[in-house]
Design a binder for this molecule. Sequence first.
Ligand SMILES: NC(=O)c1ccc[n+]([C@@H]2O[C@H](COP(=O)([O-])OP(=O)(O)OC[C@H]3O[C@@H](n4cnc5c(N)ncnc54)[C@H](O)[C@@H]3O)[C@@H](O)[C@H]2O)c1
Ligand SMILES: O=C(O)C(=O)C[C@]1(C(=O)O)C=C[C@@H](O)C=C1
Length: 261
Amino acid sequence: MDLLIVGAGAMGRWFGRTVDADLAFADADPERATAAADDLGGRAVPLDGDEQFDVVCLAVPMRLAAEAVDANAHRATDVMCDVTGSMAAPVAAMREHFDGHERLSLHPLFAPQNGPGNVAAVVDESGPLTDAILADLDSAGNHVFETTPEEHDRAMETVQAATHAAVLSFGLAADNVRDEFATPVSAALDELVASVSGGTPRVYADIQSSFGDGTDRVADAARALAMADPETFADLYRTVARSDTSKDGNEHETDKHDPVE
Ligand SMILES: NC(=O)c1ccc[n+]([C@@H]2O[C@H](COP(=O)([O-])OP(=O)(O)OC[C@H]3O[C@@H](n4cnc5c(N)ncnc54)[C@H](O)[C@@H]3O)[C@@H](O)[C@H]2O)c1
Ligand SMILES: O=C(O)C(=O)C[C@]1(C(=O)O)C=C[C@@H](O)C=C1
């Protein structure tokens, strides 16, 4: 299969490394396309070209996903897919601009250096080439699971926006203290702060813009904990503990709304 990857950044490169295809890269910054093609083997092509490919995969920033579908649909013959991290907007745009062809939305739930891992997938219209892409992801050691755009985007409020807000607000609030004072809990949180703050700021800002309801819930919960008298604090603490126990009982939902009754 020949594959055009639009957006030659971290995720575009990950997709190019993972899928067995003849690669071409296009990017708003042509030097990035050339660098990715040189590193991974393939060629750089103009962003505004008309050459067609079996598969076009969009790896542009999330806020540009829908317009990138519109701008690039004419360059795909068989498959459009995206790895932009949101699903409702690109899937709707692919239905509008690439009706009657194979369509796939993928979200690798890890930074490239932490893969392989879980990959959420909306197989909106399947076919031989989407099957081949999914098989390549699987062969690379990823766990691909099917979801819907609605379920995915809702889950991102918890696993991305709320998670990042909790970790980053700890990073903002924490004082510098001597390492000897670290507890197992504070040390684990320090590691998470380092991991989350080691990414690309604009990627994390886009996640907040898209899924920020999760952050509002974290802010409300932190405020409730800060205002609580000892009895109320203990109630809130038990609410979290109960929900964690129910996870051990094989309930995998992590999204608990309205923690404050
Ligand atoms: N980095 C991660 O850990 C990660 C993991 C999973 C999903 N994602 C998602 O993947 C998307 C890309 O993230 P990334 O980390 O690769 O970002 P990145 O900044 O490394 O790469 C994005 C690339 O897109 C290019 N670009 C911007 N606008 C464009 C346009 N209109 N047309 C063509 N190219 C354009 C940029 O020049 C850049 O090279 C984001 O939406 C992000 O949420 C990121
Ligand atoms: O650093 C990691 O491995 C991540 O999980 C990165 C992370 C995240 O923190 O949610 C960042 C953006 C992606 O869309 C998916 C995963």
